[in-house]
Ligand binder design. Structure first.
Ligand code: FA5
Length: 347
C-alpha cells in the first residue's frame, strides 16, 4: 500500500466511525483511536522515517493534512453532540410556567389551643394572669389540699389514673390542684386562670372524653363575693358566644367550694330543644364553680376570716363545641384532618 493509499484508508475508516458516533462518550473514544498518542494518525506520522525516501514528502504532507482534517471533523461533531445533549437535558427539565400553582397546605393551631388562647385573652382583659401546672400531680394537691381527704367518698367522683401503687401520684383529674400551688406561692390578691390537660378513667360518649382540657379560674381577695363569680362567668360567656346564648347557675357540690354551683349554657347544637349532646336537657354543663372553701384557704395559710375567693373549672372542649357547633367531643382528639382543617384560620 502506498503512503497515499494508507492515508485514504485511515480517512475512510475515521470518517465512517465518526458518522456512527452517537454520544459524547463515543467521540471521546474516537479521538483516542485516531488522534490520541497511540491513535492511527499519530502512529502513521511516527512511522515516516521507515518509509522509502520518495514516499516521505507525500506521507508527511498528507499525514499532517489528514490530522488537521480529522481534528476539524471531530470538533464539529463534538459541538453538535454537546448541543444535542444540552437540548435534551433542557427539554427534560422544562418547567411549564403556565401551569396553575398547587396551593400550599398550611398548618394551623388545634381548635382546643385556639380556645385556650381566646379564653386567656378574655380573662386577661378581666385582670386574670394565665399560669400552667403539672399534668402528673401529687394526690396531695389533686385531693388533700382541696378538702378531699383519703377516705372521702368524693374521691370516687374523679375516676383517677394512678401513676404509682400507693396512689400518691396521679394524672391530674382536674386543673383545681393549681389552686393550692398558686395560693401557697402568692400573697393575696390572686387572680389566675390555668388552662391544661386533665385525665379521667371514664367511658367516652358524645360529651365525655378520658383526656380533656379544663380552664381553672381563681380569684382571692378581701371582698370577693358570689356576685363576682357570676359576673365573671357571664361576661366570659357573653364574649365567647355573644349575648344571645343563655347561661344558668345551679347549686352543685364540690368539696373545695361552699356554696358550689354548676355553670351551663343553653345547647347551641339543638338551640335548647334537646339532643344527644345535651342529653335532651337543652343545657350543656360548661363547668363547676363556687366560693373557695374556708378549709382550702386554711390549708394554704390564708385566713378565711380576712380573705374570700371564687374558683371555677371550665371544660374547654365543651366550650369549643358550643362555640363551633361540634356535636361530638371525641372529634377533638380524633386526629381527623378533615375536621381539624375546618378550624384553620387565614394566615
Ligand atoms: C371539676 O373538675 C372541678 N374541678 C371544677 C371546679 C373548679 C369546681 C373550681 C369548683 C371550683 P367537673 O368534674 O364537673 O368539675 O368538671 C368540670 C367541667 O369539665 C365539666 O363541667 C365539663 O365541662 C368538663 N368535663 C368534665 N368531665 C368531662 C369529660 N369526661 N369530657 C369532657 N368534658 C368534661
Amino acid at each position: 500500500m502506498t503512503a497515499q493509499e494508507t492515508i485514504d484508508y485511515i480517512r475512510t475508516l475515521a470518517m465512517t466511525a465518526l458518522d456512527g458516533a452517537g454520544s459524547l462518550e463515543d467521540i471521546v473514544a474516537w479521538e483516542r483511536a485516531f488522534l490520541g498518542a497511540k491513535g492511527e494518525v499519530t502512529l502513521f506520522l511516527r512511522g515516516l522515517a521507515s518509509l522509502p525516501a520518495d514516499q516521505r514528502p507525500i506521507a508527511g504532507r498528507g499525514g499532517n493534512a489528514l490530522k488537521t482534517e480529522l481534528t476539524a471533523a471531530w470538533e464539529a461533531r463534538h459541538a453538535a453532540l454537546s448541543a444535542g445533549a444540552l437540548d435534551r437535558r433542557l427539554a427534560g427539565d422544562a418547567i411549564d410556567v403556565t401551569l396553575p400553582g398547587r396551593p400550599p397546605i398550611f398548618g394551623a393551631s388545634h381548635p382546643v389551643s385556639q380556645m385556650i388562647d381566646e379564653l386567656s385573652e378574655i380573662f386577661a382583659l378581666l385582670g386574670f394572669q394565665t399560669v400552667f401546672g403539672p399534668e402528673i400531680e401529687t394526690a396531695h394537691y389533686n385531693f388533700d389540699v382541696l378538702n378531699i381527704p383519703k377516705d372521702h367518698p368524693a374521691r370516687d367522683v374523679w375516676d383517677t389514673f394512678y401513676v404509682d401503687l400507693p396512689g400518691e401520684i396521679v394524672l391530674r383529674t382536674h386543673t383545681s390542684p393549681m389552686q393550692g400551688r398558686v395560693m401557697e406561692q402568692t400573697e393575696p390578691p390572686v387572680r389566675v386562670v390555668v388552662p391544661g390537660r386533665v385525665y379521667r378513667y371514664e367511658a367516652q360518649d358524645a360529651s365525655h372524653e378520658w383526656m380533656l382540657h379544663q380552664l381553672e379560674g381563681l380569684a382571692v381577695d378581701r371582698t370577693i363575693t358570689m356576685a363576682d363569680l357570676k359576673g365573671t362567668l357571664a361576661e366570659m360567656a357573653r364574649q365567647l358566644f355573644g349575648s344571645e346564648r343563655k347561661t344558668r347557675f345551679r347549686c352543685d357540690f364540690f368539696p373545695f367550694v361552699e356554696p358550689g354551683v354548676d355553670f351551663a349554657v343553653d345547647c347551641a347544637i339543638c338551640g335548647g330543644a334537646g339532643c344527644r349532646v345535651c342529653k335532651g336537657t337543652g343545657w350543656l354543663e360548661m363547668g363547676g364553680a363556687g366560693m373557695v372553701h374556708p378549709n382550702v384557704l386554711r390549708a394554704v395559710g390564708y385566713d378565711p376570716d380576712i380573705y374570700s375567693g371564687f374558683a371555677f373549672g371550665l371544660g374547654i372542649e365543651r366550650l369549643a363545641m358550643m362555640r363551633s357547633g361540634v356535636d361530638d367531643v371525641r372529634a377533638f382528639a380524633g386526629n381527623d384532618l378533615r375536621f381539624l382543617r375546618q378550624f384553620a384560620r387565614a394566615a
